[in-house]
Write a protein that binds this ligand. Structure first.
Ligand code: HAM
Length: 424
């Protein structure tokens, strides 16, 4: 006899099960509400794109492009990649559909799975989920502040406490050459100590050395020049205005001049929301400006800014804060006997049509085990439906929260339960 195979999800890829999924829904609903209030509308880009889209935007020398992309050839031999992030697709759609012809700012939000072939660890997965936003067409520092504040409003609404808002500016193409050569000067005497990837990055893109996760590179880069010391006048002024707008709104934030994001497309403002409760992968959300990307994708010179929240990390923090509870059925109907089971089947349908979450027991089990099940499901009410109840036209009900109980006319049950649950 051959044994059946037992399948499991791929390494670093996980199922999101109830009741956790209800926490995800709560986050998604709150995000949609907050984003909509700020003028963001949903965009649903595809999950696969041509590989070049990501190599061009995220950058050839980034970890994501060098090591982490799920890339394959389709049947026609085209190189396709499962999206490692959302910004590149949204910018592609913005340019492809000429959305820059519409009034600015154009604001979008999206959510869904992203894929990076990283070493799985706490808070780091190969399929993970982001909720992100992107806004195009305005380079005013007030927009940067507004976006950061929007993120804060959402996290506060979700009851998340104890997170830090870290901000930085990484300048523009004018500031970059000066900083680049300062970094090369700094690392030139330390090349031997860098990992082979960073030795290559030294030539191609020394900024990426600052983002390397190899222990000895982290050591070597201590004391490296900081990008904020190389900002041009315009970038300095822009950043100062972002900071004073945040101060104006009493938004606590910390300057982190060492924050260089792991993607090449950023210019000027960058930010991360971090939590000490997440371990090594401490960023729960991150984003920044990318004022050159639309142009690099063949569009007009339109600035952009956005962020993405890591859903796995956010829900971990929320779960740790308050635990996951619910959702619970409104009522479990416990029928005894065939006739009652048929009535329970019909009654459940009528109750659901009234917006009541009803569960009916169809398996003919004893009243005792049906009551135990209702209790385990944390149902609010239980209805007992036996032959006696059917012939008398009265149903027994019990409120499992406060222990109260009674009887109600079988024809008035929907009315009774909807009224009783109204104040839930
Ligand atoms: P990112 O920093 O690469 O930025 O990712 C944003 C967030 O996604 C991270 O802060 C983290 O919470 C989550 N995340 C990233 N990788 C993983 C992973 N392997 N496992 C679990 N969570 C992960 C971006 O993706 C940019 N597109 C953000 C952005 C939007 N910038 C401008 N607009």
């Amino acid at each position: 006899m051959s044994s059946s195979p037992r399948f499991s999800a791929l390494k670093g890829i996980q199922d999101i099960l109830p009741p956790d999924s209800s926490l995800w829904q709560k986050v998604e609903a709150a995000a949609k509400e907050v984003f909509t209030l700020h003028g963001f509308q949903e965009i649903r880009p595809p999950i696969i794109e041509s590989t070049a889209l990501f190599t061009r935007s995220i950058g050839e020398t980034t970890d994501i492009v060098e090591k982490e992309m799920y890339t394959f050839l389709d049947k026609a031999g085209r190189s396709i990649t499962l999206r490692p992030e959302g910004t590149a697709s949204v910018v592609r759609a913005y340019v492809e559909h000429h959305l820059y012809n519409l009034p600015s700012p154009q604001k979008f939000f999206y959510s869904g799975p992203m894929f990076r072939y990283e070493r799985p660890q706490k808070g780091r997965f190969r399929q993970f989920h982001q909720i992100g936003v992107e806004a195009f067409g305005v380079d005013a520092p007030f927009l940067d502040a507004e976006i950061i504040v929007m993120l804060r409003v959402l996290l506060e609404r979700l009851g998340l406490k104890g997170v830090n808002f870290e901000v930085n500016s990484i300048g523009c193409e004018k500031c970059r050459p000066g900083y680049r050569s300062a970094l090369q000067d700094f690392f030139s005497a330390r090349l031997e100590d860098l990992c082979p990837d960073c030795r290559r990055r030294y030539e191609q893109n020394p900024l990426r050395i600052l983002d390397c996760k190899v222990e000895r590179c982290i050591e070597v880069r201590r004391g490296a020049p900081r990008v904020t010391d190389f900002l041009c006048g315009d970038c300095r002024a822009h950043f100062d205005e972002v900071l004073s707008a945040l101060t104006l709104l009493n938004i606590p934030h910390v300057l982190n001049p060492d924050m260089v994001r792991g993607l090449d497309y950023y210019t000027r403002t960058t930010f991360e929301v971090t939590s000490e409760h997440l371990g090594a992968q401490k960023a729960v959300a991150a984003g920044g400006r990318y004022d050159r990307l639309v142009e690099e994708f063949g569009g007009p010179p339109v600035p952009g800014i956005g962020f993405a929240i890591g859903m796995e990390r956010l829900t971990t923090l929320l779960r740790d804060n308050e635990g996951v509870i619910g959702p619970f059925p409104d009522v479990c109907i416990a029928p005894i006997g065939e006739k009652a089971t048929k009535e329970a089947f019909l009654m459940a349908g009528r109750l659901r049509a009234r917006g009541v979450w009803a569960e009916a027991g169809y398996d003919g089990s004893s009243l005792r085990s049906q009551l135990r099940r209702a209790d385990r499901l944390s149902s609010r009410y239980v209805l007992i439906l036996g032959d006696d109840e059917l012939s008398s036209g009265r149903v027994k009900w019990k409120n499992l929260r406060d222990g109260s109980q009674g009887e109600v006319d079988i024809r008035g049950i929907e009315e009774f339960l909807s009224a009783a649950l109204r104040g839930r």
